[in-house]
Design a protein around this ligand. Sequence first.
Ligand SMILES: Nc1ncnc2c1ncn2[C@@H]1O[C@H](COP(=O)(O)OP(=O)(O)OP(=O)(O)O)[C@@H](O)[C@H]1O
Ligand SMILES: [Mg+2]
Length: 511
Amino acid sequence: MAEIAVSMRNITKQFGKKVIANKDVDLDIYHGEVLSLLGENGSGKTTLMNMLSGVYYPDSGEILIDGKEVSIASPKDAFDLGIGMIHQHFKLIDVFTALENILIGLPKENTEKECRKEVEAICSKYGFELDLDKKIYDMTVSEKETLEIVKTLYRGANVLILDEPTAVLTPQEIEKLFAILRNMRNDGKAIVIITHKLNEVMEISDRITVLRKGENVGTLLTSEANEQKLTEMMVGEKVTLDIARDFVEEKAKRLEVKHLTVKNHDDKKVVDDITFDLYSGEILGIAGISGSGQKELLEAIMGLQKCEDGSSVIYNSTAHGVHELVGLSTKQIIEFGLHLAFVPEDRLGMGLVGNMGMTDNVLLKRYRKGAGPFLHKQQPQATAQKIKDELEVKTPDLDYPVRRLSGGNVQKILVGREINNKPTVLMTAYAVRGLDINTSYAIYNLLNEQKKKGVAVIYVGEDLDVLLALSDRILVLCSGKMNGLLDGRTATKEEVGYLMTHLKEETNGKE
Ligand SMILES: Nc1ncnc2c1ncn2[C@@H]1O[C@H](COP(=O)(O)OP(=O)(O)OP(=O)(O)O)[C@@H](O)[C@H]1O
Ligand SMILES: [Mg+2]
């Protein structure tokens, strides 16, 4: 095998008195390999890599680069040593162009003209597509990520660390990224990738190192690994990865969506004449390549989007009666028991307050629901405790600021809170984004429990295998149109995949 690029020896990092994020970790990264760093939410992956990129300094242990011991006290030190990390939250300046962003912070002798030439050379060498004159605010997430990688390479990175780079990309964009990573690997770069998606781990990496509770529990060759084995290493015990699908006999029509249409700023229909019914006791899966109107569809039902004339959403429940939702405020709709757990690209932007702990974040939601001026902290505390137990949220205590928790743990709180709000209709979009495999299954179980209780569940997901295993029916979106409504028990992956990408001539709504 090639030479070792980075050696971490006996690395320990503790936060405060209670959290040991990394304990005596040894890790080798070779030139010319892709190493997957795998582990449950909160197992210390990001923290370990942050010590290579100069964000944190280890409490003890040593780091060797190309065999020489080094001290990495700042991101600049890391850059000087050829280490670059792509974080989940990009650090780009919105009003600047791509090229300007690459030049920020560099000495004056880097002229625009030379930089452009060099960056273009990097792009053609590895296969990046990047418009250097585009402003950041006009860019998609994928373009921003590409820019971050190119910027890092321009600064001379030989070791490249990517923290959950695929979490917000479409399957097509992921394929492109992987092709680039392979080119970089063949060029001798050392690459570390963090991802929770085991199929990606199996596809892109050469070796896999697994962390559990901050410790390195083993490294194996990808060719000798499989998903079951990896999951057991992560969790530390045997796990069964099965999604149950119960059949609920008694069903009542909860939502009747008719001709629902939403236009975007450019007057383009992003939700185009969608018509379907939603029943209690079912999970309706929504499939589609990302950006096919999933987000807007759910938001339209929740009163968060302006619907075009002719759109109608009839809500019917024993407790609340029959109502037309189009035209009602989101607040009223929530009061009817409709809940939306949408996991956005920026988790902390979505109704969680970073400086507050779990209890206060649960309280926040209850208060918004109009709990009245007398707030009792007891009930939210019990709810918070319940979410913590069910989803195994790793937090020192219920009042610990959520912004200090690992990415996946923040998300568990978000999803757990919506599920615990006793919904009659529960809509979730990308609920398992960034969650480790074990927790993902915990979420599937929770959704199933909700269904059995008679909740009408809409599940927007990215993983077709999961959609096919979980859903009673699958609605396929393609370019904002409803391109099929299939029985989840008989549909095949090929069928759904085809409908996601090929618009039928005759679409819905033409009764
Ligand atoms: N700045 C910080 N202050 C206090 N605790 C922290 C800080 N950063 C991380 N932690 C804690 O250290 C532990 C490891 O977190 P880390 O972010 O490294 O996990 P991770 O493996 O990247 O998880 P995920 O898959 O959810 O992103 C967690 O318990 C987290 O709460
Ligand atoms: Mg992380």
